[in-house]
Design a protein. Structure first.
Length: 68
């Protein structure tokens, strides 16, 4: 199993201090979550943002499946 954090920003030359768009996926499955991150904030912050986005997406899915 591979966990991917993929930069999907339309403009590949987005400055590091501007937000870039990312998705989180497992293997080649559809994205689990999406988030924005400024590269200038570093890799650790990117990982935290990815984790927060996945957690929020899973909670949202669980709420929808639970009828809430």
């Amino acid at each position: 199993m591979a966990l991917w954090i993929q930069n999907v920003t339309a403009d590949p030359f987005t400055p590091d201090k501007h937000p870039s768009d990312y998705v989180v996926r497992i293997n080649n499955s559809p994205p689990l979550a999406s988030f924005q991150h400024c590269r200038i904030d570093g890799a650790a912050e990117c990982l935290r943002a990815a984790a927060d986005a996945v957690e929020a997406a899973l909670k949202s899915t669980a709420a929808k499946e639970g009828g809430e």
